[in-house]
Write a protein that binds this ligand. Structure first.
Ligand code: FEO
Length: 174
């Protein structure tokens, strides 16, 4: 059954927001790359790829429901930050915004009695718990490091180990 017009609009906007998220993380990656913090930059590259898969999962769902996707303009992302901690606190705020958007979509599902989309959106509601907690943990570790360059370089090394495993399309995520 085709999506209700309001739901189609919300999902098209969410595809846009996920890809905007990818753009924000890629901008953060570029910022770190310019500072030669290649581990932080790698972490952001992987995050940007994950966000692309989040958008694609909705893109496929819209077509599966017999509707047409409409791609919207993507805003220019922020390009510089005051501190490393500032980057992650902006990321955390952003992830909270993503979570709240999914709560709104969930409410719309219930209002429209669209149980299929409610079931679909549940994956994102669960994923957001992890998204927020991962960013929060990194932020707390950066704050803990304070002025210690040694600790930041250790963290950079650790974040450099992150590997893209398929995001929303990874076997374990489906
Ligand atoms: Fe797709 Fe980080 O939310």
């Amino acid at each position: 059954m085709k999506l209700n017009d309001k739901m189609l609009k919300a999902l098209n906007e969410q595809i846009n927001f996920e890809w905007y998220s990818a753009y924000i993380y890629q901008s953060m990656g570029a910022y770190f790359k310019g500072m030669n913090l290649n581990g932080f930059s790698n972490w952001m590259d992987v995050q940007a790829k994950e966000e692309m898969t989040h958008g694609f999962k909705i893109y496929n769902y819209v077509f599966d429901r017999g509707n047409q996707v409409e791609l919207l303009a993507i805003d220019k992302p922020q390009a510089s930050w005051k501190t490393i901690a500032d980057v992650f606190s902006v990321a955390l705020e952003h992830e909270r915004k993503v979570s709240s958007r999914f709560f709104d979509i969930l409410e719309l599902c219930r209002e429209l009695k669209d149980y299929s989309t409610e079931n679909f959106v549940q994956w994102y509601i669960n994923e957001q718990v992890e998204e927020e907690s991962t960013v929060q943990e990194i932020l707390e570790r950066i704050e803990f490091a304070g002025d210690s360059k040694e600790f930041i370089l250790m963290l950079d090394n650790e974040l450099g180990q992150r590997v893209f495993t398929g995001g929303a399309f990874a076997a374990s995520e489906m």
